[in-house]
Ligand binder design. Sequence first.
Ligand code: 13P
Ligand code: SF4
Length: 331
Amino acid sequence: MITEQINEKGFLDVAIDPTLDLFEEIKKLKKEKKAIVLAHYYQEPDIQDVADYIGDSLGLAQKAAQTDAEIIVFAGVHFMAETAKILNPHKKVLLPDLRAGCSLSDSCPPPLFKAFKDKHPDHLVISYINCSAGIKALSDIICTSSNAQLIVESLPADQKIIFAPDKNLGGYINKQTGRNMVLWNGACMVHEIFSLEKITKLKSRYPQAKFIAHPECEEAVLAIADFIGSTTQLLKYSETNAADTFIVATEAGILHQMQKNAPHKTFIAAPPNNACACNDCPHMKLNTLEKLYLCMKYELPEILMDEELRIAAKIPIDRMLSLSKQLGLVG
Ligand code: 13P
Ligand code: SF4
């Protein structure tokens, strides 16, 4: 009966006693089931506070590869939980809401990408981790925003490369490295929504503030940034830089950790180009504390994968993990 409910909705729709302290219940379930909760910085604050580990995509993949927990509960989006499953075929990997997808990953369907790749037979494929297992299986190396530049630079300068699926990150790496990678035309709906005009106005209102941005943002936004980096890199910069005010162009969930790590500093979410809170990722925010609790209690919804696809998708992830280790990169 429980499984049928998931099939319909993508998450468990079971009533919860409102007097339950979900933080305590989740802590108990973690212990009882030898489960680890891995959360991305874009999750809601309650989930970040109950997680065992919070990180960027590289850190989360590294943690998933190393954990000895029996159950991995992934508070993030589908491609992240899928990556954890690819690395841990014998472990149960749970995602509180199976519908938590990613617009960037959706912008690159494997059959179309295969046709694109076939047109460039002498190119290697570097894919950003924000893609499906089907795209990973068509790739030579996976990267994240924290290691993309070093991974590209690890290849010979004359090596032809296709970079997928994020054209903004790919364009930024082309600029940084002087390469001319062929870019797949994909983008993240959250990072493309920032308003250059409103950010420019905010910068004049707070002239001492540092403007920091994720490389998934558009080129014009990146052009005015004081610092560009992955979520972990943005967090570290905001903690260690002497400035006391930061305008932050990435998903607004990261502000929770920034504020926790530097309570005396001011963090302003960069404004989107309309009035709604569109710098909240609608996919990430499908997960809630309630869904996290239910998924741990019933051990559903679970990530399941075709074994042949899993093995093919693991090869470029392993390359990324060993290259990151060699380069001393931790997410
Ligand atoms: P990082 O956390 O690796 O910077 O990625 C951001 C992102 O968009 C995840 O979906
Ligand atoms: Fe995907 Fe963008 Fe959401 Fe990250 S923020 S999960 S890239 S849609």
